[in-house]
Write a protein that binds this ligand. Structure first.
Ligand code: NAD
Ligand code: MG
Length: 393
Protein backbone atom coordinates (compact mmCIF):
# COMPACT_ATOMS: atom_id res chain seq x y z
CA UNK A 1 0.00 0.00 0.00
CA UNK A 2 1.13 3.54 -0.72
CA UNK A 3 2.25 5.66 2.23
CA UNK A 4 0.51 8.97 2.81
CA UNK A 5 2.87 11.80 3.72
CA UNK A 6 2.41 15.23 5.28
CA UNK A 7 5.19 17.74 4.72
CA UNK A 8 5.29 20.56 7.26
CA UNK A 9 7.21 23.44 5.69
CA UNK A 10 7.09 22.16 2.11
CA UNK A 11 8.26 25.45 0.54
CA UNK A 12 11.57 25.52 2.44
CA UNK A 13 14.89 24.02 1.46
CA UNK A 14 14.17 20.66 3.19
CA UNK A 15 10.54 20.66 1.99
CA UNK A 16 11.54 21.13 -1.66
CA UNK A 17 14.20 18.41 -1.38
CA UNK A 18 11.65 16.06 0.20
CA UNK A 19 9.23 16.56 -2.69
CA UNK A 20 12.11 15.91 -5.09
CA UNK A 21 12.68 12.49 -3.47
CA UNK A 22 8.96 11.74 -3.20
CA UNK A 23 8.57 12.52 -6.93
CA UNK A 24 11.12 9.77 -7.68
CA UNK A 25 8.97 7.23 -5.80
CA UNK A 26 5.39 8.01 -6.73
CA UNK A 27 4.56 4.28 -6.53
CA UNK A 28 5.48 4.38 -2.79
CA UNK A 29 4.22 7.76 -1.61
CA UNK A 30 1.14 9.95 -1.96
CA UNK A 31 1.25 13.50 -0.66
CA UNK A 32 -1.56 13.97 1.85
CA UNK A 33 -0.81 17.54 2.94
CA UNK A 34 1.64 20.39 2.39
CA UNK A 35 2.19 23.53 4.47
CA UNK A 36 3.88 26.90 4.24
CA UNK A 37 3.94 30.23 6.03
CA UNK A 38 3.94 32.81 3.22
CA UNK A 39 5.06 31.58 -0.21
CA UNK A 40 1.77 31.26 -2.08
CA UNK A 41 3.28 30.89 -5.58
CA UNK A 42 5.46 27.92 -4.68
CA UNK A 43 2.81 26.17 -2.57
CA UNK A 44 0.31 26.60 -5.43
CA UNK A 45 2.76 25.02 -7.86
CA UNK A 46 3.41 22.12 -5.43
CA UNK A 47 -0.35 21.56 -4.94
CA UNK A 48 -1.00 21.42 -8.67
CA UNK A 49 1.82 18.94 -9.12
CA UNK A 50 1.25 16.64 -6.11
CA UNK A 51 -2.53 17.05 -5.61
CA UNK A 52 -2.58 16.82 -1.79
CA UNK A 53 -5.87 16.52 0.09
CA UNK A 54 -4.93 19.56 2.18
CA UNK A 55 -2.71 22.62 1.95
CA UNK A 56 -2.12 24.69 5.08
CA UNK A 57 -1.00 28.31 5.14
CA UNK A 58 -0.40 29.67 8.61
CA UNK A 59 -1.19 33.25 7.54
CA UNK A 60 -4.89 33.83 6.86
CA UNK A 61 -4.47 36.28 3.95
CA UNK A 62 -2.05 33.93 2.20
CA UNK A 63 -4.46 31.01 2.77
CA UNK A 64 -7.34 32.95 1.18
CA UNK A 65 -5.23 33.82 -1.85
CA UNK A 66 -4.08 30.20 -2.25
CA UNK A 67 -7.67 28.90 -1.99
CA UNK A 68 -8.79 31.34 -4.71
CA UNK A 69 -6.02 30.47 -7.10
CA UNK A 70 -6.41 26.71 -6.55
CA UNK A 71 -10.12 26.99 -7.28
CA UNK A 72 -9.44 28.91 -10.47
CA UNK A 73 -7.04 26.17 -11.53
CA UNK A 74 -9.71 23.51 -10.93
CA UNK A 75 -7.80 21.87 -8.05
CA UNK A 76 -9.58 19.78 -5.41
CA UNK A 77 -7.00 20.51 -2.68
CA UNK A 78 -8.69 22.01 0.37
CA UNK A 79 -6.93 24.93 2.02
CA UNK A 80 -6.78 25.26 5.82
CA UNK A 81 -5.53 28.36 7.64
CA UNK A 82 -3.71 28.94 10.91
CA UNK A 83 -1.15 27.21 13.12
CA UNK A 84 -3.76 24.79 14.57
CA UNK A 85 -4.26 23.31 11.12
CA UNK A 86 -0.62 22.12 11.21
CA UNK A 87 -1.52 19.79 14.08
CA UNK A 88 -4.52 18.53 12.13
CA UNK A 89 -2.50 17.50 9.09
CA UNK A 90 0.25 16.03 11.32
CA UNK A 91 -2.08 13.71 13.24
CA UNK A 92 -4.70 12.86 10.59
CA UNK A 93 -5.41 9.13 10.73
CA UNK A 94 -4.93 8.78 6.96
CA UNK A 95 -1.24 9.80 7.33
CA UNK A 96 1.66 7.42 8.03
CA UNK A 97 4.68 9.71 7.51
CA UNK A 98 5.26 13.30 8.65
CA UNK A 99 8.24 15.35 7.51
CA UNK A 100 8.88 18.08 10.09
CA UNK A 101 10.63 20.78 8.05
CA UNK A 102 9.38 23.98 9.64
CA UNK A 103 12.14 26.17 11.03
CA UNK A 104 12.18 27.06 14.73
CA UNK A 105 10.11 26.34 17.83
CA UNK A 106 7.00 27.16 15.76
CA UNK A 107 7.13 23.56 14.53
CA UNK A 108 6.97 21.97 18.00
CA UNK A 109 3.18 21.61 18.50
CA UNK A 110 2.77 19.87 15.14
CA UNK A 111 5.73 17.56 15.88
CA UNK A 112 4.14 16.58 19.18
CA UNK A 113 0.80 15.96 17.45
CA UNK A 114 2.51 13.62 14.98
CA UNK A 115 4.41 11.90 17.82
CA UNK A 116 1.27 11.33 19.90
CA UNK A 117 -0.52 9.98 16.84
CA UNK A 118 2.23 7.39 16.35
CA UNK A 119 3.53 8.54 12.96
CA UNK A 120 6.87 7.91 11.34
CA UNK A 121 8.25 11.34 12.21
CA UNK A 122 11.11 12.57 10.05
CA UNK A 123 12.81 15.31 12.04
CA UNK A 124 14.61 18.11 10.21
CA UNK A 125 13.15 20.75 12.56
CA UNK A 126 15.88 20.33 15.23
CA UNK A 127 14.66 23.35 17.23
CA UNK A 128 11.47 21.40 18.06
CA UNK A 129 13.48 18.69 19.81
CA UNK A 130 15.85 21.20 21.46
CA UNK A 131 12.82 22.98 22.96
CA UNK A 132 10.70 19.88 23.57
CA UNK A 133 13.43 17.69 25.12
CA UNK A 134 12.05 14.99 27.42
CA UNK A 135 8.44 16.09 26.79
CA UNK A 136 8.97 15.42 23.08
CA UNK A 137 10.55 12.00 23.76
CA UNK A 138 7.72 11.06 26.08
CA UNK A 139 5.15 11.89 23.37
CA UNK A 140 7.10 9.68 20.95
CA UNK A 141 7.12 6.77 23.42
CA UNK A 142 3.48 7.13 24.44
CA UNK A 143 2.26 7.51 20.87
CA UNK A 144 4.39 4.64 19.61
CA UNK A 145 5.88 6.94 16.98
CA UNK A 146 9.11 6.23 15.13
CA UNK A 147 11.41 9.27 15.31
CA UNK A 148 13.99 9.32 12.51
CA UNK A 149 16.67 11.99 12.08
CA UNK A 150 16.96 14.03 8.88
CA UNK A 151 19.80 16.31 9.97
CA UNK A 152 22.70 14.91 7.95
CA UNK A 153 24.93 14.42 11.01
CA UNK A 154 22.27 12.58 12.96
CA UNK A 155 21.30 10.47 9.98
CA UNK A 156 24.99 9.56 9.68
CA UNK A 157 25.17 8.58 13.35
CA UNK A 158 21.94 6.61 13.09
CA UNK A 159 23.39 4.76 10.10
CA UNK A 160 26.65 4.08 11.98
CA UNK A 161 25.06 2.78 15.20
CA UNK A 162 24.03 -0.86 15.75
CA UNK A 163 20.37 -1.54 14.99
CA UNK A 164 19.42 -2.35 18.58
CA UNK A 165 19.46 0.79 20.81
CA UNK A 166 19.65 -1.46 23.90
CA UNK A 167 23.24 -2.32 22.89
CA UNK A 168 24.43 1.28 22.56
CA UNK A 169 25.37 2.00 26.20
CA UNK A 170 27.63 -1.03 26.34
CA UNK A 171 29.22 -0.72 22.90
CA UNK A 172 29.46 2.97 22.10
CA UNK A 173 32.23 5.16 23.54
CA UNK A 174 31.19 8.45 21.93
CA UNK A 175 29.68 10.08 18.91
CA UNK A 176 31.52 12.66 16.87
CA UNK A 177 29.54 15.30 15.00
CA UNK A 178 31.32 16.85 12.04
CA UNK A 179 30.90 20.56 11.28
CA UNK A 180 31.92 22.45 8.15
CA UNK A 181 32.95 25.49 10.16
CA UNK A 182 30.77 27.68 7.92
CA UNK A 183 31.79 30.69 5.85
CA UNK A 184 33.94 32.37 8.55
CA UNK A 185 36.29 29.57 9.46
CA UNK A 186 39.22 31.69 8.34
CA UNK A 187 37.90 35.24 8.68
CA UNK A 188 39.49 37.44 11.37
CA UNK A 189 37.04 37.42 14.33
CA UNK A 190 37.98 41.08 14.96
CA UNK A 191 35.96 41.89 11.81
CA UNK A 192 32.84 39.86 12.78
CA UNK A 193 30.94 43.07 13.59
CA UNK A 194 31.13 43.96 9.87
CA UNK A 195 29.60 40.67 8.63
CA UNK A 196 26.47 41.23 6.51
CA UNK A 197 23.46 38.86 6.39
CA UNK A 198 24.34 38.02 2.77
CA UNK A 199 27.89 36.97 3.76
CA UNK A 200 26.58 34.91 6.69
CA UNK A 201 24.01 33.13 4.50
CA UNK A 202 26.58 32.10 1.89
CA UNK A 203 27.49 28.61 3.10
CA UNK A 204 30.49 26.94 1.41
CA UNK A 205 28.92 23.44 1.03
CA UNK A 206 25.13 23.56 1.56
CA UNK A 207 22.25 25.68 0.23
CA UNK A 208 19.83 26.10 3.15
CA UNK A 209 17.25 28.44 4.69
CA UNK A 210 18.53 31.73 6.11
CA UNK A 211 18.14 30.84 9.80
CA UNK A 212 20.19 27.65 9.67
CA UNK A 213 22.74 29.38 7.43
CA UNK A 214 23.39 32.04 10.09
CA UNK A 215 23.48 29.29 12.72
CA UNK A 216 26.15 27.51 10.67
CA UNK A 217 28.22 30.70 10.54
CA UNK A 218 28.11 31.10 14.36
CA UNK A 219 28.24 27.31 14.90
CA UNK A 220 25.07 27.64 16.97
CA UNK A 221 23.74 25.10 14.48
CA UNK A 222 26.27 22.60 15.89
CA UNK A 223 25.31 23.57 19.44
CA UNK A 224 21.67 22.78 18.60
CA UNK A 225 22.83 19.53 17.00
CA UNK A 226 24.73 18.48 20.13
CA UNK A 227 21.50 18.91 22.09
CA UNK A 228 19.57 17.12 19.34
CA UNK A 229 22.04 14.19 19.49
CA UNK A 230 21.73 13.97 23.25
CA UNK A 231 17.99 13.46 22.98
CA UNK A 232 17.92 11.34 19.83
CA UNK A 233 20.57 8.87 20.95
CA UNK A 234 20.39 9.13 24.75
CA UNK A 235 24.12 9.77 25.04
CA UNK A 236 25.60 11.67 27.98
CA UNK A 237 26.72 15.18 26.96
CA UNK A 238 30.37 14.23 27.61
CA UNK A 239 30.01 11.43 25.03
CA UNK A 240 29.30 13.98 22.28
CA UNK A 241 32.22 15.61 20.49
CA UNK A 242 32.45 18.10 17.62
CA UNK A 243 35.20 18.18 15.00
CA UNK A 244 35.47 20.63 12.12
CA UNK A 245 35.74 18.95 8.75
CA UNK A 246 35.46 21.71 6.13
CA UNK A 247 34.86 19.40 3.13
CA UNK A 248 31.58 17.97 4.55
CA UNK A 249 32.21 14.48 3.14
CA UNK A 250 32.19 12.54 6.41
CA UNK A 251 28.78 13.42 7.83
CA UNK A 252 29.54 12.15 11.37
CA UNK A 253 31.12 9.21 13.22
CA UNK A 254 30.59 6.74 16.05
CA UNK A 255 33.51 5.54 18.15
CA UNK A 256 33.13 2.12 19.80
CA UNK A 257 34.64 0.72 23.01
CA UNK A 258 37.44 -0.98 21.11
CA UNK A 259 38.36 2.40 19.46
CA UNK A 260 36.90 1.36 16.09
CA UNK A 261 35.25 4.26 14.32
CA UNK A 262 32.30 3.82 11.96
CA UNK A 263 31.28 6.74 9.77
CA UNK A 264 28.87 7.61 6.98
CA UNK A 265 30.18 9.45 3.92
CA UNK A 266 28.62 11.03 0.87
CA UNK A 267 28.29 14.15 -1.23
CA UNK A 268 26.66 16.99 0.72
CA UNK A 269 23.08 16.56 -0.52
CA UNK A 270 20.13 16.53 1.89
CA UNK A 271 18.22 14.16 -0.40
CA UNK A 272 20.38 11.32 1.00
CA UNK A 273 19.21 11.57 4.65
CA UNK A 274 15.69 12.40 3.42
CA UNK A 275 15.56 9.27 1.23
CA UNK A 276 16.90 7.19 4.12
CA UNK A 277 14.26 8.51 6.52
CA UNK A 278 11.52 7.89 3.97
CA UNK A 279 12.60 4.36 3.10
CA UNK A 280 14.26 3.09 6.34
CA UNK A 281 15.13 0.27 6.88
CA UNK A 282 15.23 -0.08 3.12
CA UNK A 283 17.30 2.06 0.77
CA UNK A 284 15.96 3.85 -2.29
CA UNK A 285 17.42 6.08 -4.98
CA UNK A 286 17.88 9.67 -3.72
CA UNK A 287 18.98 11.58 -6.81
CA UNK A 288 22.33 12.46 -5.20
CA UNK A 289 25.63 12.20 -7.07
CA UNK A 290 27.83 9.38 -5.71
CA UNK A 291 31.25 10.16 -4.25
CA UNK A 292 34.15 9.86 -6.66
CA UNK A 293 37.00 8.75 -4.39
CA UNK A 294 39.66 9.36 -7.04
CA UNK A 295 38.57 13.00 -7.32
CA UNK A 296 38.06 13.71 -3.61
CA UNK A 297 39.69 16.77 -2.08
CA UNK A 298 42.04 16.19 0.84
CA UNK A 299 39.98 15.64 3.96
CA UNK A 300 41.04 17.75 6.92
CA UNK A 301 39.96 17.96 10.55
CA UNK A 302 40.45 20.56 13.26
CA UNK A 303 39.18 21.43 16.71
CA UNK A 304 36.63 24.28 16.96
CA UNK A 305 38.17 27.50 18.25
CA UNK A 306 36.19 28.71 21.27
CA UNK A 307 37.05 32.37 20.61
CA UNK A 308 35.80 32.21 17.04
CA UNK A 309 32.69 30.16 17.94
CA UNK A 310 31.76 31.07 21.55
CA UNK A 311 28.20 29.76 21.09
CA UNK A 312 29.21 26.12 20.66
CA UNK A 313 30.03 25.56 24.36
CA UNK A 314 26.54 26.75 25.34
CA UNK A 315 25.21 23.32 24.28
CA UNK A 316 26.98 21.50 27.12
CA UNK A 317 26.20 24.34 29.50
CA UNK A 318 22.42 24.16 28.96
CA UNK A 319 22.45 20.36 28.92
CA UNK A 320 23.93 20.50 32.43
CA UNK A 321 21.25 23.00 33.49
CA UNK A 322 17.65 22.43 34.60
CA UNK A 323 14.92 21.26 32.18
CA UNK A 324 13.88 24.17 29.99
CA UNK A 325 17.42 25.57 29.66
CA UNK A 326 17.71 24.27 26.12
CA UNK A 327 14.43 26.03 25.28
CA UNK A 328 15.80 29.33 26.62
CA UNK A 329 18.92 29.04 24.50
CA UNK A 330 16.89 28.20 21.41
CA UNK A 331 14.45 31.08 21.88
CA UNK A 332 17.25 33.59 22.48
CA UNK A 333 19.04 32.38 19.39
CA UNK A 334 15.93 32.58 17.20
CA UNK A 335 15.38 36.18 18.31
CA UNK A 336 19.06 37.08 17.91
CA UNK A 337 19.34 35.58 14.41
CA UNK A 338 16.20 37.37 13.24
CA UNK A 339 17.52 40.64 14.71
CA UNK A 340 20.81 40.13 12.86
CA UNK A 341 18.99 39.38 9.58
CA UNK A 342 16.88 42.53 10.13
CA UNK A 343 19.99 44.65 10.66
CA UNK A 344 19.16 45.42 14.30
CA UNK A 345 22.35 43.88 15.78
CA UNK A 346 25.75 42.84 14.50
CA UNK A 347 26.84 39.26 13.78
CA UNK A 348 29.14 39.29 16.83
CA UNK A 349 26.21 40.33 19.05
CA UNK A 350 24.19 37.15 18.42
CA UNK A 351 26.25 35.42 21.09
CA UNK A 352 25.83 38.37 23.48
CA UNK A 353 22.04 38.08 23.22
CA UNK A 354 22.21 34.32 23.86
CA UNK A 355 24.63 34.71 26.78
CA UNK A 356 22.63 37.55 28.30
CA UNK A 357 19.32 35.73 28.02
CA UNK A 358 20.72 32.59 29.67
CA UNK A 359 22.36 34.50 32.53
CA UNK A 360 20.08 35.02 35.47
CA UNK A 361 17.32 32.77 34.14
CA UNK A 362 15.70 30.78 36.92
CA UNK A 363 14.04 27.52 36.06
CA UNK A 364 10.37 26.75 36.68
CA UNK A 365 9.15 23.14 36.84
CA UNK A 366 8.68 21.58 33.40
CA UNK A 367 6.15 18.79 32.96
CA UNK A 368 4.22 19.60 29.78
CA UNK A 369 4.27 21.39 26.46
CA UNK A 370 2.56 24.44 28.00
CA UNK A 371 5.48 24.92 30.44
CA UNK A 372 7.96 24.86 27.57
CA UNK A 373 5.92 27.25 25.44
CA UNK A 374 5.76 29.66 28.42
CA UNK A 375 9.55 29.43 28.88
CA UNK A 376 9.98 30.00 25.15
CA UNK A 377 7.82 33.15 25.27
CA UNK A 378 9.55 34.57 28.37
CA UNK A 379 12.99 33.94 26.88
CA UNK A 380 11.93 35.74 23.68
CA UNK A 381 10.91 38.80 25.68
CA UNK A 382 14.24 38.81 27.54
CA UNK A 383 16.20 38.29 24.31
CA UNK A 384 14.30 41.12 22.58
CA UNK A 385 15.29 43.32 25.50
CA UNK A 386 18.95 42.41 24.95
CA UNK A 387 18.56 43.19 21.24
CA UNK A 388 17.25 46.67 22.10
CA UNK A 389 20.07 47.30 24.57
CA UNK A 390 22.80 46.15 22.21
CA UNK A 391 21.24 47.78 19.15
CA UNK A 392 21.13 51.13 20.93
CA UNK A 393 24.90 51.14 21.47
P1 NAD B 1 13.53 27.25 5.24
O1 NAD B 1 13.53 28.60 5.85
O2 NAD B 1 14.07 27.08 3.88
O3 NAD B 1 12.03 26.68 5.24
C1 NAD B 1 11.20 26.74 6.36
C2 NAD B 1 9.79 26.24 6.04
O4 NAD B 1 8.97 26.40 7.20
C3 NAD B 1 9.09 27.02 4.92
O5 NAD B 1 8.22 26.15 4.23
C4 NAD B 1 8.27 28.06 5.68
O6 NAD B 1 7.11 28.47 4.98
C5 NAD B 1 7.88 27.29 6.94
N1 NAD B 1 7.75 28.16 8.12
C6 NAD B 1 8.64 29.08 8.56
N2 NAD B 1 8.20 29.66 9.69
C7 NAD B 1 7.00 29.09 9.97
C8 NAD B 1 6.05 29.27 11.00
N3 NAD B 1 6.24 30.17 11.98
N4 NAD B 1 4.94 28.50 10.98
C9 NAD B 1 4.73 27.60 10.01
N5 NAD B 1 5.59 27.40 9.00
C10 NAD B 1 6.72 28.13 8.97
O7 NAD B 1 14.29 26.30 6.27
P2 NAD B 1 15.11 24.94 5.95
O8 NAD B 1 16.50 25.27 5.62
O9 NAD B 1 14.34 24.07 5.02
O10 NAD B 1 15.14 24.29 7.41
C11 NAD B 1 14.01 23.67 7.99
C12 NAD B 1 14.43 22.92 9.26
O11 NAD B 1 15.30 21.87 8.88
C13 NAD B 1 15.22 23.79 10.24
O12 NAD B 1 14.90 23.41 11.54
C14 NAD B 1 16.66 23.46 9.94
O13 NAD B 1 17.50 23.61 11.06
C15 NAD B 1 16.54 21.99 9.55
N6 NAD B 1 17.62 21.52 8.67
C16 NAD B 1 17.77 22.08 7.45
C17 NAD B 1 18.80 21.65 6.61
C18 NAD B 1 18.98 22.21 5.21
O14 NAD B 1 19.82 21.73 4.47
N7 NAD B 1 18.24 23.22 4.80
C19 NAD B 1 19.67 20.64 7.05
C20 NAD B 1 19.48 20.08 8.32
C21 NAD B 1 18.45 20.54 9.11
MG1 MG C 1 23.15 19.32 10.26
Amino acid sequence: MKQQITILGSTGSIGVNTLDVVARHRQRFDVFALSAATRVDLLLEQCLRFEPVHAVMTQAAAAAELADRLKQAGSRTRVLAGADALERIAQDERVQVVMAAIVGAAGLPACLAAARAGKRLLLANKEALVVGGEVFLQAVRQGGARLLPIDSEHSAIFQSLPEDPASWPERVEKIILTASGGPFLERDPASFHQVTPEQACKHPNWVMGRKISVDSATMMNKALEVIEARYLFGMRPDQIEVVIHPQSIIHSLVQYRDTSVVAQLGTPDMRVPIAYGLSWPERVESGARPLDFKALPTMTFLAPDARRFPGLALAWEVLAGPAGSTAVLNAANEVAVQAFLDGAIGFDQIHQVNRGTLDGWSAPVVTALEDLLAIDQQARVRAADWVRRLGAR
